[in-house]
Ligand binder design. Structure first.
Ligand code: KE4
Length: 429
């Protein structure tokens, strides 16, 4: 592949944008080399500024579950834009999409729209702290909930002590209220709760982790968290920014049959435009301004243009239940093909999958938490794998800690081409 034009554009970008990107993971720092600049996209394909075509497994990090430039979404946005993009007033459209989301997702009565997944999780944690009148939260090492201060925390000295900042600019004052636990380890969560009795407002997690690669919850893990939250009077927050409207209409709550107290959304709910949201039963959501004392706000929250995209997307997902079966079948087909070629080339690997989320990990051990994901990511094979696939016209996330997102726009020919590319690349791993 020729990347001449992308390289020129990257040089220009770096002069006026930090690192040349508006979000760090796009800079290819984890895999080396320079990022490609995309000119346009349609369906399952990306077209870069040098005219190269790629089968896309990132899809803007999850939102474009039906493929790029999906016509019902594009048409809705174009029509809405002609009538104004944002008024800063209530609009009927916001009620329409809220009613649809509430009808699709179990265990929520009201939903508040925001502009990103970060805003959704940040607001959900503030609401939980305000509702419970407690300061501490528990999150899991390796789960990513966006870049608000309470989440940019790494494990503290002991397993049950408070966290420490993992970014300059995050204060120790903030970090002390974030406790770290180990994903898929209920005993550890029990320890942390016992060591902080009566001080924890909520536990927040990705019900299927997508930021350590894809890591599904072990059998009983989510149910166990629900029980622990009930025993300790703690709110359970599902960060479904990735899984919401992707794993099923009702997301992970529907798939696993476990009720969260607050659910956060992003990505798919916006159909490719900036939308995040958080939702819960009346008792909790009515604690939010202006009906309750917990403050939260946003100039462009629920703006008509983004709501038009989100509503068109949710309507498509709501009317055709077969979409989720097709996504499941395509992902299972890809999974089987990848196992075949990696085994044929004698490449030690494990593949994690849930619904249309899948990830490939190199090494012998299963990847079930952050530590095992980090060991697998550290063996250097992923870099070669990523660049080899890029050369074969397959675009996966430029980090071993990310997930592949399967879209309904992918054909079985695309999947076969991807499997063949992995076969060719893995010969050299
Ligand atoms: P945003 O603020 O980026 O919209 O959402 C934050 C967020 C919250 N929760 C989960 C589970 C998420 O995966 C994310 C964002 N995901 C990353 C990809 N791993 C976004 C990509 C990026 O940072 O550019």
């Amino acid at each position: 592949m020729i990347y001449k034009r992308s390289s020129e554009l990257f040089a220009a970008a770096k002069k006026v944008i930090p690192g040349g990107v508006n979000s760090p993971v796009r800079a290819f720092s984890a895999v080396g080399g320079e990022p490609i600049f995309i000119k346009e996209a349609k369906g399952a394909y990306l077209y870069d500024e040098d005219g190269n075509k790629y089968i896309d497994y990132i899809n803007s990090w999850g939102p474009l579950i039906l493929g790029h430039a999906y016509e019902p979404v594009v048409d809705a946005v174009v029509e809405k834009a002609k009538k104004g993009t944002s008024f800063g007033t209530p609009t009927q459209l916001e009620t329409t999409i809220a009613e649809l989301a509430v009808s699709m997702v179990p265990n929520i009565d009201k939903i508040r729209m925001v502009n990103s997944g970060t805003e959704a999780t940040m607001s959900a944690v503030r609401l939980a702290r305000g509702f419970k009148g407690r300061d501490k939260i528990i999150k899991f090492a390796g789960c990513y909930h966006g870049h608000s201060d309470s989440f940019l925390i790494q494990a503290g000295s002991g397993a049950v002590t408070f966290g420490t900042p993992n970014s300059p600019g995050v204060t120790n004052g903030t970090a002390k209220d974030t406790l770290l636990a180990t994903y898929n380890d209920l005993e550890n969560v029990k320890e942390v709760l016992e060591a902080n009795k009566g001080e924890v407002a909520c536990i927040i997690l990705e019900p299927v982790a997508g930021n350590m690669g894809c890591i599904p919850p072990k059998k009983g893990f989510l149910e166990g968290l629900r029980q622990l939250c009930d025993q300790h009077d703690v709110l359970l927050i599902f960060d479904e920014v990735m899984t919401g409207f992707r794993l099923a209409k009702g997301g992970a709550q529907e798939v696993y049959g476990v009720n969260a107290d607050i659910v956060c959304f992003g990505k798919v709910i916006g159909g490719g435009l900036p939308v995040g949201a958080f939702a819960a039963r009346n008792e909790i959501m009515d604690y939010l301004a202006p009906t309750g004392p917990v403050y939260q706000a946003g100039t462009l929250s629920g703006n008509p243009l983004a709501m038009a995209a989100g509503l068109a997307m949710l309507q498509e997902l709501n009317k055709d239940a077969e979409i989720y079966n097709r996504l499941e079948e395509k992902t299972a087909y890809l999974h089987k093909g990848l196992v075949n070629v990696l085994n044929r080339n004698k490449v030690a690997h494990s593949i994690n999958r849930q619904g249309s989320m899948i990830s490939v990990h190199f090494g012998e051990e299963p990847v079930t938490n952050f530590a095992s994901a980090a060991r697998s990511a550290g063996n250097g094979k992923f870099k070669k794998f990523f660049h080899g696939l890029l050369e074969h016209g397959v675009y996966i996330a430029p980090s071993a800690f990310e997930t592949w997102f399967i879209t309904d726009a992918l054909s079985y020919e695309d999947l076969d081409a991807t499997i063949e590319a992995v076969h060719q690349v893995s010969k050299e791993l």
